[in-house]
Design a protein around this ligand. Sequence first.
Ligand code: SER
Length: 337
Amino acid sequence: MLITGADGEVGHGLIQQLSQRANHLPIVVLDIRKLDHALRSAVSRIIVGDILDNKLLETLSTEYEIDTIIHLAALLSTSSEFNPENAHRVNVQGTVNLLKLAVDQGQARGQPVKFIYASSIAAYGVPGLAAKQAAGAVCEEQYLNPITMYGCNKLYCEHLGRYYARHYRQLSVQRSVGVDFRCVRFPGLISALTVPTGGTSDYAPEMLHAAAQNKPYASFVREDTTIPFMVMPDAIKALLLLADAPREALTQLVYNVTSFSRSAEQLAHMVRSAFPGAEIAFEPADARQSIVDSWPAEVDDSAARRDWHWAPDYDAGRAFNDYLIPTIAERYRQTEG
Ligand code: SER
């Protein structure tokens, strides 16, 4: 199995989870940063490199037999707006390179490689707050007019996934093997163990991690800003459930997953209940505010529930009381100690 972006937030959670599975497949990781020390013993090979480096990917393809690729590497939504063209290279060309690696591997094995792609709520673009309120839970095919480079990249890569899964013909070879493309569209993710960088849903994890460290925090979005969220263990659960699902059970290539939708003020309230001294202010920044205003307040994940029995383990109450608060408090106690 190959995991890209392994040193990112989702990669961390995923490798931890996989390492606890009995007889898990050998894991090769690829990231531009060297994998966190704590995770190194869980993987077979760590490659520090760029998904834009075709030579590196070719070498990888000759050295390993890869049956599954979990492609997490990307520049997130806020980071991408600083250098959209670079984001396009990483997020789109990087994905094409990996899809081609999957094709080559599938061709060699005579069987399609599973390609698990982490897409995002950023693929949506709701035209204004009134529409956002009226939209309710948005299904996979609605409101696909993203306003960020990251969102455009994610949506386009979903299309590329469909192309490689269903329409890719290598006219030069006799029988071409496609890719077993499977995609989850994640909502905002919150981890107790890591803090994201460069995302626009980051106000939620940032306010929580700041409170746990007794630091004041100013949210860059308004109090009423509402999007769906999920805690990291559920995000990992979704990736692994989708990867393990029998191909014939999947009626679509792209699936929403969600757990709880809350406003920034409701999140702040939950954080203050756990950390009564928390100082949380609201100082909206126009550019980032307009990004989250274009994301739906709720998504409909009934297809994932039906096809691969998706259900989150953590609703908002459990997410805070059983996972986030105790794990974060412990994490910073250890750092202080
Ligand atoms: N969390 C991501 C971001 O904010 C959305 O996929 O960019």
